[in-house]
Design a protein around this ligand. Structure first.
Ligand code: PDD
Length: 287
């Protein structure tokens, strides 16, 4: 089955899909993106992701490429054409194609919208059973990390460094030594006292849609929760650690910088939250 991409109003064979060399996403990283999981053919947390896309666009004074309802229809059609039951849809909006100039292009310039779909394993058995390793690194990003910008060079370097160290993800540290988040995920610990902790939503981090759903699930289950930054030292003392993102849901962390977390095995609360999130995803509910 050949893959199909969506590029500015057209469904095209993936191998032939292209944008112009003067697309501002290409030249300035002048664009934003979203990744939404597809579980059993259904978009997971769609409303949250599309709300965040709208917010990112607003913050950068960029126009929406099409109405929300039409966008929803096109996403579904792309998923249908690719026959993907479990995977992710990627969408990117840039300020469009214009001669290279730092200033915004003329108002008549249309934003570019590109979307692709691919299969992924949303339930990686070994990773969930064994947990993953993390390495820490300085957070060298800009100061508006709440915007899901396509400018991802620090994360490219960070994830490469993590992979070369045999780790699954990098945790980025601010100048005071607090963990901001993972290169492409939010960071969590469960303290010795069973309190769930993750960095507060601010300009310092991307307010993950999975993060927001996990917070809601934890609140509903009466799990003690604190929204605050934590240092590595606190993680080393923690009972559990995990990461969340649209493409991974909730993955247990068993080592950070070669030091074991808790008993060195995936935690029970992590498994419980993951299960609850997967059930929410299966329900097709969106809040
Ligand atoms: N990454 N923090 C960062 C820096 C991220 O890039 C992501 C998502 C998250 C988690 O957000 P969410 O739960 O909304 O996916 C947190 C996506 C999956 C990616 O870049 O592929």
């Amino acid at each position: 089955m050949s893959r199909v991409a969506y590029v500015n109003g057209r469904f095209v064979p993936h191998a032939m899909a292209s944008v112009h060399i003067e697309d501002r996403g290409y030249q300035f990283a002048d664009g934003v993106y979203e990744v939404i999981a597809i579980q059993d053919g259904k978009l997971v947390d769609e409303a949250g992701h599309i709300d965040r896309l709208d917010r990112s666009l607003r913050e950068l004074r960029m126009a929406r490429p099409m109405g929300r309802q039409a966008h929803g229809l096109v996403m579904r059609e792309l998923i249908r054409r690719n026959r993907v039951r479990n995977g992710v849809i990627y969408m990117q909006v840039t300020r469009g194609v214009a001669p290279r100039n730092f200033l915004f292009p003329p108002a008549a310039t249309s934003p570019s919208l590109v979307m692709t779909v691919r299969r992924t394993d949303l339930f990686p058995t070994a990773r969930l059973r064994d947990g993953v390793r993390i390495v820490s690194m300085p957070d060298i990003r800009w100061k508006r990390r709440d915007i899901k910008s396509v400018g991802l060079l620090p994360q490219v370097l960070g994830k490469q460094r993590a992979a070369e160290a045999g780790a699954f993800e990098g945790w980025m540290l601010d100048e005071s030594g607090f963990v901001t988040e993972g290169c492409s995920s939010n960071a969590w610990i469960v303290t010795r006292d069973g309190v769930l902790v993750t960095h507060e939503a601010s300009h310092e981090i991307l307010n993950g849609i999975t993060r927001q759903s996990i917070i809601r699930i934890a609140r509903e289950a009466g799990i003690p929760f604190e929204e605050r930054a934590f240092r590595l030292e606190e993680a080393f003392e923690a009972r559990e650690a995990f990461l969340t993102s649209a493409s991974t849901y909730c993955i247990p962390i068993v080592r950070v910088d070669d030091r074991p977390i808790g008993n060195g095995h995936p935690g029970l609360l992590t498994a419980k939250l993951r299960q609850a999130y997967a059930a929410y995803a299966a329900s097709g509910r969106t809040v």
